[in-house]
Design a protein around this ligand. Structure first.
Ligand code: ATP
Ligand code: MG
Length: 582
């Protein structure tokens, strides 16, 4: 009955475009220099190395864009490597979601690895270091190791076990692997320098005993390598040329290099950049896990979560995220980026591509008294003024409509130009209408607005007398409307820095109790009847919205991705401020 445009039905599709442009930065300069000096034979090999202990977040997106973007720019390749050296915290669910997320962001890895693929090789190399007198088995307990390590101002002390013979070390290490000792009773340490000004070089632990089942190696191992021992060697095995990671690993770089030098293996190089921090947002898998486990959000993909799965469900596009990551760049000092900047990139991308539709979130009934009962006109509406190729669609107009409650005021304040008694406004793509009277309920609330229309303004065009109106409002024909639930989101935290808490409290105390508002009675234009999950639209004058997977045939569910800039709210604030001053 209402021919709908296919581009409207599907919403915005994901464009798996080429890698984003990488603006000039210090990492790129290092790569360029290495290419010039032929350090790696003209090769660029990067890797993205997540630990599968949670879902990826927007901070990881920055790392993904950098790793994949750099390699792509220089004809190189990027591996995906799961850093799965912590068996007790890792799960297959995370491995799957991470692969989904990377693909969704628009990237294809070259080879897929797991650090656990290298457990045999890492064990052999550890034995090699023992034989070279560069590693030893230590029987000190964890807290003793900590005390012996010293502080930034005091050198460390040698462990009494530091000078065991090579034979004894080899035998004990083999028995650690064989399962002869309980968890925590012994460790393997690198023998470097207990007086080094860099604490990471004071005989760091290479292996710990952990009788835990691993998601891939099962019960084959009861000793597991530490991050610092596994990471660089994994890079080297994959012949990674530029191993980029976040700044907190800067002090670990000498250790990264030490293992590679001692073993005489491929010289991968580590380069550090700043972590992404966003205002009103927490980017830590551990804390995000707490939000999920304690039920503060509906899951890892709750649209309020900064996870890739969450912002995808919210309606953010991969293009917007990639453009954002390109724009923030990289630096050598940690800072914080305004959440508003991310939202800007989302709006900018959706503005170009999201089909426009009319939807009323908080409906108020309007009856046009002089419009013929039973008559329906198909009004032509533009799908996207930013994209002429998106074409037009038909929207039914009839005698009874819904408008937003916000678009009517019985007693309009100054500078409020929308509908009010005696006032004429334009119904977008419809007609000029003038409010004649209202119907109220027993509480004195307006429940129905009565209007007349001017037949000479069909399509919303000015009449022959050139009369103008100051406001255009959107509407939905009540007989044709589709019901929907709309979920409006606000920041998950009330504080710019959610980690800033009063004594004795934690970040949970900064949760915004109003981060989710449910509008169960929204009315949508009928072209949305076939909207597909993840379809993205601009609801005219309201913002960008995306179809949630909770949708059913009988009831669509939309998430508000991001609001349009609300000009009226700004005017109202200005007026308020002026009044306060007086
Ligand atoms: P989290 O604290 O959230 O668990 P992580 O650094 O432990 O983060 P990993 O899975 O080890 O998470 O990270 C994989 C890659 O992503 C690493 O190279 C890491 O440096 C990078 N990364 C993680 N968080 C951020 C962030 N906020 N900004 C930029 N890169 C990040
Ligand atoms: Mg980690």
């Amino acid at each position: 009955m209402h021919p709908s445009n296919p581009s409207t039905d599907a919403g915005v599709r994901n464009l798996h475009a080429a890698a984003p442009p990488v603006p000039s930065n210090f990492i790129r300069e290092i790569v360029l220099e290495d290419l010039k000096t032929n350090k790696y034979g003209g090769r660029v090999q990067t890797r993205f190395p997540p630990e599968p202990n949670g879902y990826l977040h927007i901070g990881h997106a920055k790392s993904i864009c950098l790793n994949f973007g750099l390699a792509a720019e220089f004809g190189g390749k990027t591996n995906l490597r799961f850093d799965d050296t912590n068996p007790s915290k890792e799960e297959t669910e995370y491995v799957e979601s991470i692969q989904d997320n990377v693909k969704w962001l628009g990237f294809n890895w070259d080879r897929l690895f797991y650090a656990s693929d290298y457990f045999d090789q890492l064990y052999e190399w550890a034995a090699q270091l023992i034989k070279a007198g560069k590693a030893y088995v230590d029987d000190l307990a964890a807290d003793e190791i900590r005390t012996y390590r010293g502080t930034l101002t005091e050198p460390g002390k040698d462990s009494p076990y530091r000078n065991r013979s090579i034979e004894e070390n080899l035998e004990l290490f083999a028995r650690m692997r064989a399962g002869d000792f309980p968890d925590g009773s012994r460790v393997l340490r690198a023998k470097i320098d207990m007086a080094s000004p860099n604490l990471n070089l004071r005989d760091p632990v290479m292996y710990r005993i952990l009788h835990a089942e691993h998601h891939r190696t099962g019960n084959k191992w009861c000793i597991y390598p530490m991050y610092d021992y596994a990471h660089g060697q994994s890079d080297s095995l994959e012949q990674v040329t530029h191993s980029i990671c976040t700044l907190e690993f800067e002090d670990h770089r000498p250790l990264y290099n030490w293992f590679i030098q001692q073993l005489g293996i491929f010289p991968s190089q580590q380069i550090e950049f700043d972590r992404l921090n966003l205002t009103y947002t927490l980017l830590s898998k551990r804390k995000l896990l707490q939000l999920v486990e304690e039920g503060h959000v509906r899951g890892w993909d709750d649209p309020r979560m900064p996870t890739i799965s969450g912002i995808r469900r919210r309606g953010y596009t991969p293009e917007a995220i990639r453009n954002f990551c390109g724009a923030i760049g990289v630096s050598k000092t940690n800072g914080s980026i305004e959440l508003a900047m991310l939202e800007h990139f989302v709006r900018e991308d959706l503005n170009k591509r999201a089909p426009r539709v009319m939807a009323v979130l908080r409906p108020l009934k309007v009856v046009i008294d002089n419009y013929p009962p039973g008559q329906v006109e198909e009004m032509e509406a533009v799908n996207n003024p930013e994209d002429p190729a998106a074409g037009t669609r038909k929207v039914p107009f009839s005698r009874e409509l819904y408008i937003e409650q916000d678009d009517f005021r019985e007693d309009p304040p100054r500078q409020y130009y929308r509908l009010s008694p005696g006032r004429e406004v334009r119904l977008r793509y419809g007609y000029f209408v003038t409010c004649t009277n209202v119907v109220k309920n027993d509480n004195g609330e307006v429940v129905e607005v009565h209007c007349t229309y001017d037949p000479q303004t069909r399509g919303g065009n000015s009449p022959p007398d050139g009369r103008k109106v100051k406001s255009t409002i959107h509407w939905v024909s009540s007989a044709h409307a589709i019901n929907a639930e709309v979920r409006i989101y606000d920041n998950l935290f009330t504080k710019e820095d959610p980690n800033q808490v009063e004594d004795g409290k934690d970040f949970i105390s900064n949760l915004n109790p109003q981060s989710l508002e449910l509008l169960a009675g929204a009315k949508l234009e009928p072209s949305l009847a076939n909207a597909a999950v993840e379809g993205r639209y601009q609801f005219e004058r309201l913002g960008y919205f995306c179809v949630d997977p909770d949708s059913a045939k009988a009831k669509l569910v939309f998430n508000r991705t991001v609001a349009l800039k609300d000009t009226w709210a700004k005017v109202e604030k200005k007026i308020e401020k002026k009044t306060e001053k007086r």
